[in-house]
Design a protein around this ligand. Structure first.
Ligand code: ADP
Ligand code: GN1
Ligand code: MG
Length: 359
């Protein structure tokens, strides 16, 4: 689907738009100095609230970045308003679009080297630090229960039972594996509820391609894709980033023998993250860091599986069976991480102990 001229006109943009990026949710286009996105209203039911969150968060970040002598234009997103001053444009057909300034000479990667990852990890921790005095009550919940893992499990069980596409017979093994771990799924939600760990303002979608790097220097520029910035746990951001950056296989790899934990990447990530988070992370959060990687991989595995059972209605797919492959890949990664929790804890402790906190 292209972009209607009506949208370009609303923003006074003359250059034609070309498709851009690898996101699974919105449709992204580039046009001159702008990034134009069709907001996925199947996922984000209330685009007005979504844009209100993004404006609040980016305005807050810009003030902070400026105070710290950093570059507010390149280190976070800049929303462009329509010619009549709105943060989004609704077409006659009811589609929602938004525009951000293109962060020039930037690039995002689906797979990264340890060096790049160290910078990105620092950036994810720093993102939480920068937002640590932002009042989460100002934010709408753009996707309710986004990282509520027990709820994701309940949704999967419903999709399996309903089996509207007749695909359930293909996922018996995966369901057995998930059922065997059902007790683990509430560890983080319970800890949040009992206040054993703090609720913070978090990004909630820290996949590695949601980070922009400078094309030339490889330096971290900005954490982008701010659609899910909401109150949450630091563990969600840590877990999601590592599950996406330390898997030796692509997210939709069919050959599960290629799935593995890249220790070099894991170490680089943990070092970078701890460097920016060491002053605010709590002891209990620290203890749960390795488990969070398994949890988010399991959670995403369940989400991909539920979408496969529901007929691929949430995540964009480019081939048949892609969501099933994605699910299997996450579940296999969760299994492998589960076998390596002690090794990951050792890296965390090494980074905490101080001497190794340089790259
Ligand atoms: P989705 O929600 O579909 O994942 P994203 O907001 O992550 O969409 O955008 C998709 C891709 O577009 C990103 O991975 C990044 O490569 C690119 N991108 C998005 N916004 C910008 C921007 N302001 N400047 C440069 N590149 C961008
Ligand atoms: C989606 O939007 P994108 O592609 O950065 C999804 C994440 C998943 C990810 C898996 C809003 O992220 O939760 O972890 O796909 N975002 C949303 O690749 O559901
Ligand atoms: Mg994205």
């Amino acid at each position: 689907m292209g972009i209607e001229n009506e949208v370009l006109r609303a923003y006074g943009i003359a250059t034609p738009a070309l498709t851009y990026g690898n996101g699974h949710i919105n449709d992204t286009y580039i046009s001159g100095d702008y990034i134009i996105q069709r907001i996925n209203t199947n996922v984000f039911k209330e685009p007005e609230k979504l844009m209100s969150n993004i404006l609040k968060v980016t305005n807050f970040l810009k003030v902070k970045l400026k105070k710290e002598g950093r570059d507010p234009e390149r280190e976070t997103l800049s929303v462009v308003l329509t010619e009549d001053g709105r943060s989004f444009y609704k077409t006659g057909d009811g589609e929602y679009f938004r525009v951000c300034k293109l962060i020039k000479n930037s690039i995002s990667y689906d797979a990264v080297t340890p060096k790049l990852l160290y910078g990105a990890a620092y950036g994810f921790g720093d993102f939480q630090r920068l937002l640590s005095d932002f009042d989460g009550r100002e934010l709408y919940e753009t996707i309710p229960d986004f990282h509520n893992t027990p709820k994701r499990y309940a949704d999967l069980l419903s999709a399996y039972k309903a089996d509207i596409c007749g695909r359930a017979y293909k996922v018996k093994k995966e369901m057995e594996y998930i059922n065997s771990l059902s007790k683990e799924l509430s560890i983080v939600t319970d800890a949040l509820e009992s206040k054993e760990i703090p609720c913070r303002v978090t990004h909630n979608d820290t996949k590695i391609n949601n980070v922009l790097f400078d094309r030339e220097s490889g330096k971290l520029l900005a954490v982008i894709d701010l659609d899910t910035v909401m109150p949450g746990s630091l563990l969600y951001d840590f877990g999601d980033a590592l599950r996406s950056a330390a898997n030796t296989a692509a997210e939709d790899e069919k050959d599960l023998l290629l799935v593995g934990l890249n220790f070099e990447n894991a170490e680089a990530f943990i070092k970078g993250f701890m460097l920016s988070a060491k002053d605010f992370i709590t002891e209990r959060e620290k203890e749960l860091l390795p488990f969070s990687v398994k949890l988010i991989a399991l959670e995403l595995g369940m989400r991909f599986l539920a979408d496969y059972l529901a007929g691929d209605v949430y995540f964009k797919t480019s081939r048949e069976g892609q969501n099933l492959d994605r699910a299997r890949c996450q579940l296999e990664f969760a299994r492998i991480v589960g076998e390596n929790l002690k090794a990951l804890a050792k890296i965390v402790n090494m980074c905490v102990s101080g001497d190794s906190l340089s790259s």
